[in-house]
Design a protein. Structure first.
Length: 323
């Protein structure tokens, strides 16, 4: 356990830019559609009426404070802008908040009905990206006494403890009555987030996702019938690649889901949804060699879907899972 914890802290230090060749990786939520703006900025306004999404993820809870991520977003459709607007705020804390990454994003998504059955949405996202390190929580070799451990003050002087840079993302989404697909590219300008001399660009992240809503009986999705939704999501960031396959099953207000993440985890989900509120819980069952050490991951989501009276009947909302 001690060796694993030291390894994790080393990885986090490299991510902070202490190594010249380090490349950071974005945090991830497994309830993808419960955090739609984080998945793809083209989702902004896709529900038409105002929507608030709140998300929390505790990754590897057996090692307290390793990776804890929060997210909150607001979006709605605006007729005068022919699209949707959104605000997304995220914070990721690594190593008991030794390394903290915060993002505030403004999003606009232009929505274009191609015909009566198919709509395209193009999303654009501008972000203020800030990363900070708590120098008081770091340890160095000159702090060690051979017999008493870490007892001395370090002679290391921090170059800087916080970095703030602009960041930009974009995405597209196409959907018909029961089928949807999209892609997004984050960190288009690959901002430099190094704390020391040398560059540490944040690599671009590419996400491709697709799915469908299939009513078991009947030709359209109804609130009281059984509906299944197969989905696939592929993500790539630098050398990191991840493929996730899964499906949701919905009956009335109850939603269940299961996902497989390539040789890493099986994700189990249970959710409750009504017209104005949706709540979800998921657990990542680790199936890799880290199973006993990590205890998986917990994730919670809460969505408030407000009602409204659209002025234009030509607007088409997307039919996709809520979690």
């Amino acid at each position: 356990m001690k060796k694993l914890y030291i390894l994790l802290l080393t990885i986090m230090a490299l991510t902070a830019g202490i190594s010249f060749d380090a490349k950071a990786q974005d945090p991830q939520f497994t309830q993808f559609y419960a955090n739609p703006l984080y998945l793809n900025p083209a989702f902004a306004g896709s529900a038409n009426c105002p929507r608030i999404c709140l998300n929390f993820r505790d990754e590897w809870p057996n090692i307290p404070g390793t990776y804890v991520t929060y997210s909150g977003s607001y979006d709605q459709h605006v007729d005068a802008l022919s699209g949707g607007i959104g605000l997304l705020v995220t914070q990721d804390q690594a190593g008991q908040a030794t390394l903290t990454t915060s993002n505030v994003s403004a999003i606009y998504a232009f929505q274009l009905p191609i015909n009566r059955n198919f709509t395209i949405s193009a999303g654009f996202q501008a972000t203020y990206h800030q990363k900070s390190v708590d120098w008081s929580k770091l340890t160095f070799g000159d702090m060690i006494d051979p017999t008493r451990g870490f007892v001395y003050n370090t002679g290391e002087v921090p170059v800087r403890t916080s970095i703030g840079v602009p960041d930009f993302s974009a995405g597209m989404l196409g959907y018909s009555k029961n089928v949807f697909m999209g892609f997004s590219v984050d960190h288009l300008t690959q901002p430099d987030e190094s704390f020391v001399t040398g560059a540490s660009p944040l690599p671009m992240k590419i996400t491709v996702h697709a799915g469908a809503m299939i009513p078991v009986n009947g030709h359209s999705v109804q609130d009281d019938q059984v509906t299944i939704s197969p989905n696939v999501i592929f993500q790539k960031q630098q050398d990191f690649q991840q493929l996730e396959l899964g499906f949701y099953a919905m009956k009335g207000p109850i939603v269940g889901g299961i996902w497989y993440r390539n040789q890493d985890a099986i994700i189990l989900l249970i959710g409750f949804q009504k017209k104005t509120i949706k709540m979800g819980y998921s657990y990542d069952v680790t199936i890799s060699k880290l199973t006993e050490q990590t205890a998986g991951s917990h994730e919670l989501s809460l969505i408030f879907q407000f009602s409204c009276h659209p002025h234009h009947r030509t607007f088409r909302t997307i039919s996709c899972p809520s979690f």
